[in-house]
Write a protein that binds this ligand. Structure first.
Ligand SMILES: [Zn+2]
Length: 453
């Protein structure tokens, strides 16, 4: 009975959604213009500001654990690698499963079991199983699709994220074009509602057929180009790029490359999952030759490939929890350490936040603790992240200003070290002057003596 009532309430909520739009052009024209204020209203609750004078000291040495958590929540975070299917709340999946009369106890939604195996093949088998379960529960109903997008965006906004790039493959819901149109319009509405800038990448599954990839890219290009019709700036809409994901042990980059080139030629940005497959150096080289705008993961790079990535300065989306869970990479040995030591842009991301039971603030906390990051590091990283987003230059500039303002509210300049420096340098200066005077006096004495002789 209670379930019936709950279902009725859910149904009434669902009917409040706007009807499906099936045309990209029509959808673009109908999109309401939202003024997004991701950070201006954001309340900073950090117990005390972190003095920039401490910028060279690790934050873990300056802040208590609670203060560090608070700081990580308040850092203006930017998520650039978030799969929609892996960002569905477990409670929502349970609810949807119960509504469909499924035995939830037998369905895997999380990747906890992956810790038990060292086999990448087995890991991917279980991952595919988890994603299949999630799709069964979410990719059959447009109301559910809108709900999970809203909840994902809300989750990131509540975590103090100011900019989010979601990525998803195109589902037949009821067809791929309609699905993409729905995702774009839902994001457009949700970003204003939750006060966060959200953009979208269309995912190409490298494990599927080339024909599948071709259709996906073609639909993505159509949608991207329609955004700029009717006066919109190219690249200024919700859809900004394409990405390659899926099982790294499947697919052939040589066959997919021309398709990604088509997307690039249309003006779309490209991010590629990279070096998740150990020992496939030839593929890694070919992917780098393509010069993608960003690389995802970069877990298993040889020395030669690492040097090439460092030379290109291509930003890398780093998912520390994911690398630990999937690839058994110890946090201290995460690629983030190498990238950071070379001042290479490394963007902390979640990959599949709900599957991995993580949040972006948690990823920052792990990085700050593991790599002894300083206030200076954090500030540089935030601004590097802004540079790496795929949104247009106007959005980027707005975001930069918002991030700089938020950073100013988190970190404060202190005169203390300067005072200490001048105090500490006082006796040194006095000694220097005394020695100088003694030397000059000595020289004068020598000249006098010399003249006398
Ligand atoms: Zn990924």
């Amino acid at each position: 009975m209670a379930d019936d009532k709950e279902e009725q309430q859910k149904s009434s909520k669902r009917t409040s959604w706007k009807p499906t739009r099936t045309s990209f052009v029509a959808e673009t024209r109908q999109e309401p213009k939202h003024e997004v204020h991701p950070t201006s209203e954001y309340e900073v609750k950090l117990p005390r500001k972190v003095p920039i004078s401490s910028s060279r000291r690790p934050l873990v040495d300056i802040l208590s654990h609670d203060e560090l958590c608070s700081l990580c929540h308040n850092i203006p975070k930017i998520e650039l690698h978030a799969h929609l299917s892996g960002t569905v709340k477990e409670s929502t999946l349970n609810e949807l499963g119960r509504a469909k009369g499924l035995d939830i106890s037998k369905m895997k939604f999380t990747l906890e079991s992956l810790a038990a195996t060292d086999s990448l093949e087995q890991t991917w088998k279980e991952t595919v199983e988890a994603f299949d379960n999630i799709r069964k529960l979410t990719a059959y109903d447009l109301h559910v699709l809108r709900r999970i997008i809203n909840e994902a965006i809300e989750m990131y906004a509540e975590d103090g994220c100011v900019y989010l790039e979601l990525r998803t493959g195109l589902k037949h819901l009821p067809d791929r074009k309609t699905f993409l149109s729905e995702v774009i319009s839902t994001i457009n509405l949700a970003q204003g509602k939750h006060g966060i800038i959200v953009r979208l990448l269309v995912s190409v599954d490298r494990g599927a057929s080339v024909e599948d990839a071709r259709e996906t890219i073609s639909i993505a290009i159509d949608a991207y180009e329609s955004q700029s019709k009717g006066g919109g700036q190219r690249g200024g809409g919700v859809l900004v790029g394409v990405e390659m994901g899926g099982n790294p042990l499947r697919g052939n980059w040589d066959e997919l490359r021309p398709l990604f080139q088509q997307a690039r030629d249309a003006g779309m940005r490209v991010s590629l999952h990279f070096a998740e497959n150990k020992g496939h150096e030839e593929e890694h080289e070919k992917i780098l030759e393509f010069r993608p705008d960003r690389l995802g993961h970069a877990v298993f790079m040889s020395k030669k490939i690492t040097d090439k990535v460092l030379n290109t300065k291509t930003p890398v989306e780093v998912c520390i929890t994911c690398h630990e869970a999937y690839y058994k990479v110890d946090r201290k040995k995460n690629v983030f350490g190498i990238l950071k030591s070379h001042n290479h842009p490394a963007i902390l991301c979640c990959d599949n936040a709900c599957l991995l039971h993580t949040l972006l603030s948690k990823e920052w906390e792990v990085a700050i603790q593991t790599f002894k990051l300083t206030a200076e590091d954090v500030q540089h990283m935030v601004l590097d992240n802004v540079d790496a987003i795929f949104a247009d230059s106007v959005t980027k500039q707005k975001l930069r200003v918002q991030c700089e303002n938020r950073l100013k509210s988190l970190f404060t300049k202190s005169e203390a070290p300067r005072a200490r420096k001048s105090g500490g340098g006082g006796w040194q200066s006095l000694l220097f002057l005394s020695l100088s005077a003694a030397c000059l006096g000595g020289l004068y004495y020598l000249r006098v003596v010399k003249r006398a002789i």
